[in-house]
Design a protein around this ligand. Structure first.
Ligand code: PEP
Ligand code: MG
Length: 549
């Protein structure tokens, strides 16, 4: 396949070069190309004694730590998690100790640090666990920040409004620059990398997988999202087309934004409730409560994934209370910790050969009741502040729900005995294991059901959710998946039980009409998708008789 195409213009003008890539973050950018300075880190000058080398390393780690801490102060969501991971590694005494041993044995501070970090990086790169592998790039970032600090070299400063061309970019460099008006063009990279995720969150256009090609620093360039292309030295005609496409894209974005604050109603008048999914309480800070009908899924794993260890009752109580206060009387659904599987948590989840079919979700919580009881107490106390619904993940059989309810009742009476204010919340379950979707009436004790399409799809089709090669199989609109969703919606309608859908399928505009047609009228979606989802609902006509295929 030809990846690059040259188009000749007149002899004095450089000819246009079109390079095809993959869209990691949608959008358009027009600016001068900025070639990453791929120069190696400058040489470190060794000190006279090994002790002085060790001290230089300690100082460099402290500088890198201070730079990272400054970035943490302004970060949210995934950016916060990545930087916190890096900070924890910079504070990890075992790295310094290992490096100091090598320094004492004769290596320079730079070589010693490189060796220790490279071995850690390669253990991440070769891990079977995708979550662990994804941190390899964050560790490379940690390694290089310390190396740069050791040599006293200044970090790369990038001009504003440029299209940054590099093999890849480290998260800290991405986070320390204001990319507004510009974009990222990466020769390597991946759409699932941490930087791609950060670019999407900030709305910065990014293309990855552009491959190798020659170009110069002075070229003008277009990041042409709609065509998945980086265009260098564009012709006048290409620029005109680009301007039109960018205008259309902007108008579509604004239109979608306009929908965010409106009620969600299909063309034929069916009202749909749209709630929000959050992973961190800070996500609600920028979201007006009148844009949503409440919180349909608050994942609580974020509280558990910190380097400082598992959270206590008080930290959890404050996090849950914050969201209930923000919701101002609208329902807030908080899911109990869903550790294990694709969400390993140090000190909690187990090492398993087949983690997705192993100890995860409610199974792990019931096995580790000392940990689970703290969360239950925090939830019971938070319920005093608003209409809390508690949702149990990965329920497979009714006994798991019954046992969890017993634990809630036991902790409620223990809190009451101690005179601590608490309230029993509604308790419902995720429908993400086929056993529940096939026979939902067995779970009549659940006061609500919420379909976790991400897991349900992978278990129905035996296609792992994180394996890109299986994306054509793991589809929400597969007839078997839709039939199960329809079965749960029918059970809910017949028994007066709310059935929502909180997996990613709920924000896929190609799937939303099919979900509505099988009877789903409550969707819970990521904050950034609210406008898009409401726009898609408003364009759906349930009276047109189209059946989902
Ligand atoms: C799901 O499985 O659809 C879901 C919402 O849960 P998670 O993605 O956290 O597993
Ligand atoms: Mg799930």
């Amino acid at each position: 396949m030809t990846r690059c195409m040259k188009r000749s213009t007149n002899a004095l003008m450089p000819s246009q070069l079109d390079i095809k890539g993959q869209v990691a973050s949608e959008g358009f950018a027009d600016g001068p190309l900025w070639l990453a300075k791929n120069h190696p880190v400058p040489n470190y000058r060794r000190q006279d004694t090994w002790q002085a080398d060790a001290l230089a390393l300690t100082n460099a780690i402290a500088i890198a730590g201070a730079q990272t801490a400054e970035l943490v102060g302004n970060a949210h969501d995934d950016a916060f998690d990545i930087l916190e991971f890096q900070l924890a590694r910079l504070e990890d005494a075992s790295f310094v100790e290992a490096a100091n041993e090598l320094i004492e044995a004769g290596l320079g501070a730079d070589m010693a640090w490189r060796e220790v970090l490279n071995s850690e990086i390669s253990s991440h790169e070769t891990s079977d666990d995708a979550h662990f592998r994804a941190h390899a790039v964050d560790l490379r970032d940690v390694r290089d920040r310390v190396l740069v600090a050791l040599t006293g070299a200044a970090a790369e400063t990038i001009a504003k409004g440029v299209i940054y061309l590099a093999d890849d970019i480290l998260p800290s460099l991405f986070l320390s620059h204001d990319w507004r008006g510009g974009g990222l063009a990466l020769r390597a990279g991946s759409v699932t990398s941490h930087v791609a995720m950060l670019a999407r969150q900030q709305g910065i256009p990014a293309l990855v997988g552009l491959g190798d090609f020659a170009c110069s620093d002075t070229s003008s360039a277009l990041l042409y999202g709609g065509r998945e292309m980086l265009i260098i030295s564009p012709s006048d005609q290409t620029r005109k087309q680009f301007d039109l496409a960018r205008k259309d894209f902007g108008a579509a974005q604004r239109r979608v934004q306009d929908f965010s604050g409106r009620a969600a109603v299909t063309r034929d008048g069916t009202a749909v409730r749209v709630l929000v999914n959050i992973t961190d309480p800070s996500e609600v800070d920028a979201l007006p409560i009148d844009h949503v009908d409440g919180v349909g899924l608050m994942r609580t794993e974020f509280l558990f994934g910190h380097a400082s260890g598992l959270p206590g009752e008080e930290i959890q109580y404050l996090a849950y209370k914050k969201v209930l206060n923000w919701a101002a009387g609208k329902p807030v659904t908080i899911r109990t910790v869903d550790a294990g599987g694709d969400k390993p948590i140090k000190g909690f989840s187990e090492d398993e050969t087949n983690a997705l079919l192993g100890m995860r979700g409610i199974r792990l919580a019931l096995k580790n009741q000392n940990i689970f009881r703290l969360q239950i107490r925090a939830l019971l106390r938070a319920a005093v502040h608003g209409p809390l619904k508690v949702m149990l993940p990965m329920v497979a059989v009714p006994q798991e729900l019954e046992e969890a309810v017993r634990l809630f009742e036991a902790e409620a009476s223990s809190l009451a005995q101690d005179g601590i204010a608490c309230r029993m919340p509604e308790i419902g379950i995720m429908v993400e294991i086929p056993s529940v979707a096939i026979l939902p009436h067995r779970f009549s004790q659940a006061s609500f059901l919420s379909i976790g399409s991400n897991d349900l799809i992978q278990y129905v089709l035996a296609a792992a959710r994180d394996n890109g090669q299986l994306a054509c199989l793991a589809r929400a609109d597969d007839p078997a998946v839709l039939a199960l969703i329809a079965n749960v919606a029918k059970y809910g309608a017949e028994h007066g039980v709310d059935v929502s859908l909180c997996g990613d399928a709920g924000s896929d505009v190609a799937v939303i009409p099919k979900l509505l047609r099988v009877g789903i009228t409550i969707l819970s979606v990521a904050p950034a998708r609210i406008g898009l989802v409401k726009a898609s609902i408003s364009e759906t006509d349930l009276s047109d008789g189209n059946e989902p295929s």
